[in-house]
Design a protein around this ligand. Sequence first.
Ligand code: DAH
Length: 338
Amino acid sequence: MREKIDSILEEIKSFHAESLSQAEEFRVHLLSKKGKISVLFDEFRTVPNEMKKEMGQRLNELKIKAQEKLHELKEKLEGSESSLPTDLDLTLPAEPFVPGTRHPLTIIRNEIIDIFSRIGFTVAEGPEIEDDWHNFSALNFPPNHPARDMQDTFFITKEMALRTHTSSVQVRLMESTPPPLRAIMPGRVYRNEAISARAHCFFHQVEGLYVDKNVSFTDLKQAMLYFVREMFGEKTQIRLRPSYFPFTEPSAEMDISCNFCEGKGCNICKYSGWVEILGCGMVDPNVLENCKIDSKQYSGFAFGMGVERITMLRYQVKDLRLFSENDVRFLAQFRSAI
Ligand code: DAH
């Protein structure tokens, strides 16, 4: 038995493997059930008692040596096999990396935020599920007043609805923060309308609010003129038409000179030279009082615009539905710096 052990030891010492499969063969050859070392363990039973101690020790050492050798071989081969040359050509140019594009509505919303932030407006947000107070009552819509029908509402309960405009955030802001206030409020709004090229059951608005001492209609006009010139170009003109909103007095709708035909008349402006872009006005004193702001000390202006509308005018998009259909061929056309 001693010779056998010595010869296996020799075999272990001199063994070299070129690959993991050769190492595995070697393991089977020595350590599997019928392997050489296992066979020696079987033979151990026949070793005379006085030699059992010595042979037992030698056998165990042999087994450990074999295991160590295999471990060593595996470590070496696993490391080198994975770094073996492959048929990868690292000099080939990489696949082009195509970054996504921002949604056109996001681009324009960011631009609106950017333009107003340059004249000191911060951004505020509010919930899309709103109560009657913030969406209607505080904004001077009396109960059962026909003005509530101006905005077909998705009611959840008698008291709760999907907000029909971002004017609700004005109320939340005035309730929570003492004036002076200067903020814009972007967000999604919902109306129970049939979907067409010009109307959708959800769309996006940006509301604006400025409350301070001595805020006048002139401030409103000037802020709006600044905005449209930044958004549509220096030559853009504005026109304010008297209108009605329960929460502003006086109220106006604002048109800009058509940026497609420069006022000459085209099918975008329906040959009038003007396109409507937002509603605005001086915050009704009732609304200030509803929000616990002293209307004798403070005044303010507000405005609200549809982001879809501005985006359609900027990019000449003719159908509102394109914004929510997620057609990549449409979406991939828009690039932006912000
Ligand atoms: N909330 C109005 C709408 O959804 C838009 C609007 C008009 C907002 C006049 C205003 C405003 O703040 O002063 O049609």
